[in-house]
Design a protein around this ligand. Structure first.
Ligand SMILES: [Zn+2]
Length: 278
């Protein structure tokens, strides 16, 4: 392991010039619903800028001395011109960008009718669980977590169902697919994509056994349909790549798989944008 404290200056300069130093993770941009707009924020101070989209604080990160906002574009965003707002002493300044058309296909699935025609009891359960999950995923925690250079893919396996599909369950249109499904054998290990803190852990009606990790500044990840949880509780800090649970098919699921969701500023975005381009 190279000790930077003892490295001669020219070694440090070499590391900087070859990009080996300090450049943390960076997502890919996709200017579509469910995508990410990476916008430069012309703020010169070291303090992170305050940027808002739909009244929600946006994740900001520094690269080569410049600030950028990673704006999560919600799946229900209409195509066309829109803007994030950069809060300055002189008021809010627009950071404009253009959103393209909804690019995702339709998918028809057959599941147990219990998950389509909800009983009163199940409906009451969903009404309790939804705010709990949304609260965990959408809260802005003003903590800057140092991200590694690359995401750790939570599970190796076939991408069985991409993000964004318009979904029809047993002939009934339902919410679009807000995560990426990765199929793998029962009880395969699932690991955390980034470092962070466990903010939700429960067995939910639709999502089954689910864990939510908060990565700070409004970025969260969610892992669903697990068969078993690792020994973790809400409030625990996890490392990237740490075991968080095992693959299962709990909740509204058609077979053993992981449903992996990434969120920025309360918007569900395509986890593929966090993976290296293949
Ligand atoms: Zn899914």
């Amino acid at each position: 392991m190279l000790s930077l404290a003892r490295a001669p200056l020219f070694t440090l300069l070499l590391l900087i010039s070859t990009g080996l130093l300090a450049e943390g993770f960076w997502p890919r941009q996709a200017l579509v619903p469910g995508g990410i707009a990476v916008l430069e924020v012309p703020q010169r101070s070291e303090a992170p800028p305050h940027v808002y989209f739909n009244d929600r604080r946006v994740y900001t990160a520094q690269k080569e001395g410049r600030w950028y906002a990673w704006v999560g574009i919600p799946l229900n965003q209409k195509a066309g011109q829109t803007q994030a707002l950069w809060r300055t002493r002189d008021g809010d300044l627009p950071l404009a960008f253009e959103v393209g058309d909804y690019p995702y296909e339709e998918q028809h699935l057959d599941v147990d009718f219990r998950y389509v025609e909800l009983s009163e009891e199940d409906l009451a359960r969903v009404r309790r669980e939804t705010p709990e999950l949304r609260g965990a995923m959408d809260e802005f925690r003003p903590v800057r977590v140092r991200l590694p250079g690359e995401v750790t893919k939570p599970l190796e396996g076939r991408h069985s169902s991409p993000f964004g599909l318009r979904r029809v369950f047993n002939g009934e249109p339902r919410n679009p697919h807000s995560g990426l499904d990765i199929a793998a054998p029962m009880d395969s290990p699932i690991v955390a994509a980034f470092p962070g803190r466990v903010v939700a852990k429960n067995h939910y009606f639709f999502n089954g056994k689910t864990l939510v990790i908060d990565h700070g500044m409004g970025m969260t990840s969610m892992y669903c349909h697990m068969n078993a949880f690792a020994d973790l509780k809400i409030g625990d800090e996890v490392e990237a790549g740490q075991l968080i649970g095992k693959v299962g098919t709990t909740g509204r699921s058609t077979g053993p798989h992981l449903h992996w969701t990434m969120s920025l500023n309360g918007a569900r975005v395509d986890p593929e944008l966090f993976l290296p381009e293949n």
